[in-house]
Design a protein around this ligand. Structure first.
Ligand SMILES: O=C(O)C(=O)C[C@]1(C(=O)O)C=C[C@@H](O)C=C1
Length: 107
């Protein structure tokens, strides 16, 4: 048991903390599954790009994605800067995968 849980004892606050953590665990699991599905798609895009001699990165597409995600974040009361950083983090990893696929294909 963590220090916080020990200090909260058998209280209403501890029950609420546990319920919230249970929801957080569900959300984290959903995020992992959604990311796995996204990477399945981008893996196919990587193969498509490599076989058609297309560059791994598409900055014009990224610009559209960032604008869209920033608006969605704003509407959902999520920090748009955070949403942009999160997307960039994922896209950088995707580009790394695309580059590896292209190198494997001898491009
Ligand atoms: O749409 C593409 O062209 C992709 O390769 C996918 C993706 C993405 O992860 O969303 C990744 C790299 C590109 O720079 C833009 C978008």
């Amino acid at each position: 048991m963590s220090e916080a849980e020990t200090r909260l004892g058998d209280s209403e606050a501890l029950n609420e903390l546990k319920a919230l953590r249970s929801s957080i665990d569900n959300i984290d699991a959903a995020l992992v599954h959604m990311l796995a599905e996204r990477f399945k798609c981008t893996q196919k895009v990587g193969v498509l790009k490599a076989t058609n001699d297309l560059p791994p990165a598409d900055p014009a597409r990224e610009k559209i994605q960032i604008e869209r995600l920033r608006q969605l974040a704003s509407d959902a009361h999520l920090d748009p800067d955070f949403a942009e950083k999160f997307l960039n983090f994922i896209v950088r990893e995707v580009i790394r995968h695309h580059e590896a696929i292209a190198a494997e294909a001898g491009n």
